[in-house]
Design a protein around this ligand. Structure first.
Ligand code: ZN
Ligand code: ZN
Length: 382
């Protein structure tokens, strides 16, 4: 029998998006799944055919090659990577290994939908991801930090190992979704009719409910708990960066695969420093004598105080640089600088002695009480 066109197999057009392809395949995989059609060879063949079509069309380079050369392009020696398709088609293992991709996310896994559990090594009903914000100071960002997080989450029920069923009690097909794990609802809108698919809340998407509910968790398979989780943050992170901790999220309803914990980094505002990428900015006020004569001053940095020389005759607004006192760049050996903006402060109040000294200076410059040189120049222009 001639091989059918992959697009035809999935019932999508040649310009279908990845999403269209995924949806089409998902529908067929559910329809022809061996657990739903036990002993039906035709269903199994359709199941494999759909999986093969999806494996090619979901992969950009394979799809391009298929679009150009058709099935011939898929079987050639130069194909590299899909030798499995040439002869007997994909193995069941290959097919189930794709399911994480198709049935991941909010929907949960495939195995549980059909009561298959993890027996084929496929994905299971998966818990939801948790997101928490972690505020870090610039000092912590510069050095990297190790933090202990207290996380409230769903934990797998130990009494029933997450199944939700009392010991010795069987799991039954969920009557709400008839084991599908999802509820389909046809909705009408001005744009037409569309099908809304959401996970079944009675069984949490697993398709099964316990015959006798576990007393410890009331059949949920999970209980609310608090976990202490250590997280290591590398130096150089910035607001919006996140760290995904696999399997540290919520336990699912009746299942064992926990979701992920996503730690979202937030940078705390600093009292004196401003971050500019890898650099740290600091404004430093110095007195007029310091600006005129120069000085050695103590400057705070993210890693403690350092001594810095202020050259004589420095102007207000001048930038000085402390090399490598900024923030390390993430995943790099580069370290930013600390940049110091000098502000020369004009005194607003003077002691008697200071006033006398400034007046002496003024006389020296010819700016006496009879009017300044500058003022005279402007007058002459007028
Ligand atoms: Zn259900
Ligand atoms: Zn339980």
């Amino acid at each position: 029998m001639a091989k059918r066109d992959y697009y035809e197999v999935l019932g999508v057009s040649k310009d279908a998006t990845k999403d269209d392809i995924k949806k089409a395949y998902r529908k067929l995989a559910i329809k022809y799944h061996p657990d739903k059609n036990p002993g039906d060879a035709t269903a199994e063949a359709s199941f494999k055919e759909a999986a093969e079509a999806y494996a090619v069309l979901n992969d950009e380079s394979k799809r391009t090659q298929y679009d150009q050369f058709g099935h011939a392009g898929m079987q050639g020696a130069g194909g590299g990577g899909y030798s499995g398709f040439g002869g007997g088609g994909m193995s069941m293992e290959d097919i189930f290994s794709q399911f994480g991709d198709i049935f991941g996310g909010h929907f949960g896994g495939f195995g549980d939908i059909f009561g298959g559990g993890g027996r084929r090594g496929g994905q299971q009903n998966r818990g939801s991801d948790l997101k928490i914000q972690l505020k870090l100071t610039l000092e912590e960002i510069a050095s990297g930090a190790s933090k202990k997080l207290k996380v409230r989450r769903w934990e797998s029920c130990e009494s029933c190992s997450g199944s939700g069923a009392e010991r010795g009690s069987e799991l039954r097909t969920c009557p709400t979704c008839q084991g599908a794990g999802e509820i389909r609802q046809v909705q009408r809108s001005i744009l037409g009719q569309f099908v809304n698919v959401r996970p079944c809340t009675s069984c949490g998407g697993s398709g099964r409910i316990p015959g006798v509910k576990c007393k410890a968790c009331d059949g949920e398979g999970r209980i609310k708990g608090t976990a202490n989780i250590n997280v290591n943050i590398p130096p150089g992170v910035t607001s919006g960066n996140y760290i995904t901790m696999r399997g540290e999220g919520n336990a699912p309803q009746q299942g064992v695969h926990k979701g992920d914990l996503i730690v979202l980094i937030e940078e705390a505002e600093h009292e004196i420093f401003i971050r500019d990428g890898d650099d740290i900015l600091l404004e430093v006020e110095i007195s007029i004598p310091q600006a005129v004569l120069g000085d050695q001053v103590e400057i705070p940095t993210l890693s403690g105080k350092v001594n810095m020389k202020i050259p004589s005759g420095i102007q207000s607004g001048k930038m000085l640089r402390l090399r490598n006192k900024g923030i390390p760049r993430l995943n790099s050996h580069y370290i930013g600088d600390q940049i110091i903006k000098i502000q020369v402060k004009t005194p607003e109040k003077l002691s008697k002695q200071e006033r006398e000294l400034f007046e002496q200076l003024a006389q020296l410059h010819g700016h006496g009480s009879k009017g300044s040189g500058l003022f005279r120049k402007i007058k002459s222009v007028l």
